[in-house]
Write a protein that binds this ligand. Structure first.
Ligand code: B12
Ligand code: SF4
Ligand code: SF4
Length: 308
């Protein structure tokens, strides 16, 4: 086994469904990132502006790092009828927060690299400065679809991306060059808020995921009426993708299964105390908007389907 094949075997033993390796040379898509930011598509996600220089030149994220080990962590569990009833919570957010679960396994991968002599082995999951989808495409793991997701043939796109940046050098994998979207436009057509300006360009400030997770304050009324019953995140542009419809397989990670079924009544979060919210959802992605955010979202989601 080559050193790279050994890393991939360890990643597989930790439950990751795929692993690829790439170098940290500058992204060829820096201009696309600059234009996206200049057009204001990041909205209040100011950290994306602050971290742009490092995203353009990933070698500067962890000085001394030479390679990125990229892993895919499947979170797919099929929707139940209750999952599909508004207010809806995106699939990725129904169990334990991946910043905890996926990160714990990426840390084990970093430990392995240290045991093989790495002086630098820094784990990342959903971390602003790491251009995760682009590094994954470069590491041969899939293509970037018109919905901006990293899609893997035979798998789909219901997975998290994680990375370890390390000073160890490996033979990089060949980039994934084929665009398997072809003439399909299902994701662009299905988006209820018309958030795609063009294929692969998302006006994030119109995206339900942004509005229900990142946005603070009232949701603009024009968009609130288009939430389509979503109260946290949105799966539509992934659900309609033929690659998911054909290939998505349930994750072996039980942590990502739904644990607590929120009651679908309008006052469910309204009547909850901060203590109850922390005890029930404190280690789930719902913690990001918090109790106030979920109160807003729950009502907005029901209002969008005429149920308030
Ligand atoms: C900010 C953010 C958001 C924002 C903006 C999303 C967006 N499309 O930009 C919001 C809040 C809307 C969001 C929503 C979601 N997100 Co998000 N998000 C991020 C985050 C933190 C940064 C993304 C970013 O920088 N966007 C700015 C754009 C300009 O950058 P980019 O999308 O990476 O695009 C680059 C490439 O596309 C490249 N590029 C441009 N053109 C081309 C052309 C070709 C051919 C190639 C190869 C490259 C290329 O240039 C761009 C700039 O570098 C990443 C984690 C990370 N560190 O990357 C997670 C991440 C992208 N999100 C993720 C997920 C799961 C989601 C949701 C599905 C959650 C949900 N169910 O609600 C939705 C999906 C919405 C969607 N269609 O994107 C996963 C995606 C996994 C995957 N399979 O791709 C990530 C990687 C988190 C993780 N670690 O798993 N997200
Ligand atoms: S996540 Fe939903 S709102 Fe956001 S781009 Fe996809 S379909 Fe549109
Ligand atoms: S729905 Fe169609 S166009 Fe959109 S990402 Fe999937 S294959 Fe590509």
């Amino acid at each position: 086994m080559t050193p790279g094949e050994e890393v991939k075997a360890v990643a597989a033993s930790l439950g990751f469904i795929a692993c690829g390796i790439t170098d940290l040379s500058p992204t060829p898509h820096g201009t696309a990132l600059d234009e996206w930011l200049e057009r204001g598509h990041a909205g209040t996600m100011r950290y994306l502006h602050r971290q742009a220089a490092r995203r353009r030149d990933p070698a500067t994220i962890v000085p001394g790092a030479r390679s990125a080990i990229i892993v895919l962590d499947d979170y797919f569990h099929p929707d139940t009828p209750s999952d599909l009833a508004p207010p809806k919570i995106a699939k990725y957010a129904r169990g334990t927060d991946y910043h905890i679960t996926t990160m714990a396994r990426i840390e084990e991968l970093a430990d392995y690299l240290r045991s093989r002599g790495a002086r630098i082995a820094r784990p990342f999951v959903d971390a602003g400065p790491v251009p995760e989808r682009e590094l994954a495409q470069r590491a041969g793991l899939g293509w970037i679809g018109k919905n901006t997701m990293l899609i893997r043939p035979g798998v789909g796109s219901f997975f998290f991306l994680g990375a370890v940046l390390t000073d160890l050098e490996f033979e990089p994998d060949a980039p994934f060059e084929v665009d398997h979207c072809g003439s399909c436009t299902a994701c662009l057509d299905a988006c209820p808020t018309e958030a795609f300006v063009e294929p692969r360009v998302l006006e994030a400030t119109r995206c339900i995921s942004y509005l229900t997770i990142e946005h603070r304050g009232p949701i603009p009324s024009e968009l609130e009426s288009k939430l389509d019953g979503w109260a946290f995140g949105c799966d539509i542009c992934n659900d309609v993708c033929p690659w998911n419809q054909r290939f998505a397989e349930p994750s072996s990670a039980v942590e990502f299964r739904r644990r607590k079924e929120p009651a679908k009544r309008p006052d469910y979060f309204e009547t909850m105390t901060d203590g109850d919210f922390d005890a029930t959802f404190g280690d789930t992605p719902l913690e990001r908007p918090g109790l106030d955010g979920m109160r807003r979202n729950w009502k907005a989601a029901l209002g969008s389907v005429g149920r308030l």
